[in-house]
Design a protein around this ligand. Sequence first.
Ligand code: HEM
Length: 471
Amino acid sequence: KPSGLPPGRWGVPLLGYIPFTTKSIEEQVTELHKKHGDIILWRMGTQSMVFLNSYKLVREAFSRSEISDRPDWETFKFFEDPAVGIGSSNGTLWHNNRRFALRQLRDLGMGKSKLVETVQQQTLILRETLAKTAGTPGEMPHQLHVSIINIIWQMVANRHFDAQDKRLKGFVKHMDDFVVLSNRLAFKDFMPWLQNIMPDFLFKILIKHHDMVAMKEKFFGYFHEEIQQHRATLDPDNPRDVIDGYLIEMESQKDDPESTCSDNDLAFLVFDLFFAGSETTVNTFIWMCYYLAAHPHVQRKLHAEIDEVLPDGVLASLAEKSRMPYTEAVANEVLRISTLVNFGIQHMASADTQLGGYSIPKGTIVSSNVYAVHEDDNNWNRPLDFLPERWLGEDGKFTMKKEGFLPFGVGKRVCVGESLARMELFILTTVIFQSFTVAPPPGKTINLVPDLSSFFFRKPKYNELVFTERK
Ligand code: HEM
């Protein structure tokens, strides 16, 4: 092991350190954190993975441009070289796309009534769906997924679909299949030498190369079709959505040799907004329902605030947000305690650098251990308890505490959809809990232990819920 690297697991060449244990990566990283401190190294295959366990280190690292690239992984790039879109790209193209996306999300996602109305409408559809099964135990209806996807479709392509729409069903299925297939690409990223010792056709079977390529064509076919339809009906003076916005920008740069715009880039940008914006929001709301079902006294306070500020079924818009500190506190506490994206999205060092007194060579993968930060008792009093009150000042007002809070990341690659996600959570929570009480089925309890089987998400485990209509 070269000197100067953070402490941790090095292992053997090519394979790195392979533990013989059934423990999840999160459990193992937690053990390494306890043993070695706030910065640890774990060599997985050929990849040097550094995990940062304190807020201070994460903020310092992710504010630096030399630790703001994405890994050069096929799992992120999907056979595009160099990567395009926003979530996986680097350099000037990423910069341009990030600026573009932030501008679009600022115009469409915050306060502008069109998207707020869409979120309200989609939440009302969810409310109707829940009303049909009120009083009977069941899982969170699929309509939640459909509603969240429709909100993104509306913003991106000015469209929405019926829950029964075949195209939407195909779209949701492709998205799930894509996640499963992309896991196979990890072989290419973590053990690239396999490609040199295996016949090409066998390696392609291993990573399901042909299935992935076929899936990519089908999936991206949707977006290219949508882009063509938009181009054919574009009115530059009245942009309808993100696709129109991009096409206008592309046209204005058509004579600029430095322009990074292309149809393919736009298709990936659209994909990134769907991908980054749907599972995250859906699962955060499921966590919200689970925590409220498990903590009826919190739910009662939430109901009281909703009834006071939004009497007689008045629909929430963003105007009420500042008068609903408890609702905001509940949302923040759910984001903290559930830690959905437990290792953030991976960054990569684009140059040799130093961090926390250790060397970080170019190419090192750097992850935040968000779970460690969210349960750090230097940042939080009784971190393992669900206490929305921790977000309220003595005057009862909501106080945003940034130190030690990382659900959306921090620094140069911080989530571009945070304001949209917060707006969705606010409207979903107020509209659904205005109408319903949620509880576990009689005699049962809610299991709040997360499913740690996936590297990227700390998903809620399956729990049955009973939504009961409020009088
Ligand atoms: C509760 C919901 C959400 C959570 C918890 C969440 C969390 C995150 C996290 C942890 C990152 C990685 C930051 C980093 O690399 O350091 C991220 C990036 C990103 N998020 Fe979100 N997100 C949510 C909703 C959304 C929504 C609604 C959208 C847009 C529709 C979105 C779009 C993105 C994009 C495009 C990136 C990549 C940014 C870049 O690479 O520069 N997210 N998000």
